[in-house]
Design a binder for this molecule. Structure first.
Ligand code: CU
Ligand code: CU
Length: 349
């Protein structure tokens, strides 16, 4: 890798100007958290619908625990923000174009795009309109730096409109963190599908995975993501009873076109080894052509993110639960053990 940019070597814990503050209400029983302002470095979006990314490298010698995410309140220009934890960033520039939805525009601008993470990508925070700060449950934190899998944090901001040349923006997130080690660690597992949606139809995109790691997983927040065809996205914990019957408990469901931030789960009871996670996206297409799963606005996505914590152990090694999607995969076709699918509930709010 090229010589790291100055921005990249700002270590999370070594910023002199940050003062300890009292913990956010209900945050934890920690006596104090420290705030790191992770903001865009005064960028001027030079076109509409631009996704920009900026990284920080976290101290590889010492662990930090992020306990709350506070969006920079002064922003009215950002459509959404995502915070990624990465093993490696997608670029070594201080700011780069990281547009998920605009691959089609890439050649016209001659600018290069790179994804937020180069390696080991996970979303740990999402902000969209009206989202308040996200405070993790008492004593829970995302472990970053040190020997954790998160060595970089990358902030992605979606700017809807081109700025006048004399205006700039520093939207971002105030990270509330502590250096005191926490026993409850947060993690995210992403459920999603590949496949495609036939023309002029309502299609179900489904995925499901058995949890095989011997951990007690406490779910607490979820986020849904589709592009424009999504009607309902639902996620479930499926547990098999003594008779081998599948019992479905709703983790959360919503209209994916409402702000795509993390919401509290419906049922916080633990997910155990031998349980299954399952998610369905109900998509309605009035298009005359197939819509494939992909990154641009013309494509679709079916994603259900589940945020959880574990105690005295590491978060799941399994970060993803993806299926091939339709027409290859459906719960019914692929999982004979799923005999009590809540077909109506999974697709209706
Ligand atoms: Cu957006
Ligand atoms: Cu997408």
């Amino acid at each position: 890798m090229a010589r790291p940019n100055v921005l990249l070597v700002v270590l999370l814990g070594l910023v002199a100007s940050i003062a300890p503050t009292t913990a956010l209400t209900g945050a934890t029983n920690l006596t104090e958290t420290i705030i790191y302002p992770f903001l865009m470095p005064d960028v001027t979006p030079n076109k509409d619908e631009l996704y920009l990314c900026t990284p920080i490298k976290v101290d590889p010698v010492k662990e930090y625990y992020i306990v709350a995410f506070e969006p920079n309140a002064s922003m009215h220009t950002a459509h959404h923000m995502l915070l990624y934890g990465c093993a490696k960033p997608g670029s070594d520039k201080p700011v780069w174009n990281c547009g998920e939805m605009q691959k089609s525009e890439m050649s016209t601008e001659g600018s290069t795009t790179a994804s937020p993470c180069g390696e080991g990508s996970q979303i740990i925070y999402a902000w969209a309109r009206d989202a308040p700060k996200l405070i993790l449950p008492d004593g829970v934190g995302f472990r970053v730096g040190g020997d954790s899998t998160i060595q970089y944090l990358v902030l992605q901001v979606h700017y809807m409109f081109k700025f006048p040349a004399d205006k700039s923006d520093n939207s971002g997130v105030f990270l509330h963190y502590t250096e005191n080690s926490l026993s409850k660690l947060a993690g995210v597992i992403l459920l999603g599908t590949g496949g495609g949606i036939p023309p002029n139809t309502v299609e179900h995109l489904e995925t499901s995975c058995m949890i095989k790691e011997n951990k007690v997983i406490h779910p607490f927040a979820y986020r849904t993501h589709t592009h424009s065809l999504g009607k309902v996205v639902s996620g479930y914990r499926v547990r098999y009873n003594e008779k081998g019957d599948d019992v479905w408990s709703l983790l959360g469901k919503r209209d994916p076109l409402t702000p795509q931030m993390f919401y509290p789960v419906d049922d916080t009871s633990p997910i155990l080894s031998g349980d299954r996670l399952a998610a369905r996206c109900t998509m309605e297409s009035n298009r005359d052509t197939w819509t494939k799963i992909g990154a641009t606005n013309k494509d679709e996505m079916c994603n259900f993110y589940l945020m959880y914590w574990v105690e005295n152990t590491q978060p799941l090694e399994q970060k993803y639960c993806f299926s091939a999607g339709p027409p290859t995969y459906s719960w019914k076709q692929a999982e004979p053990s799923l005999r009590h699918i809540p077909d109506f509930d999974a697709s209706n709010l």
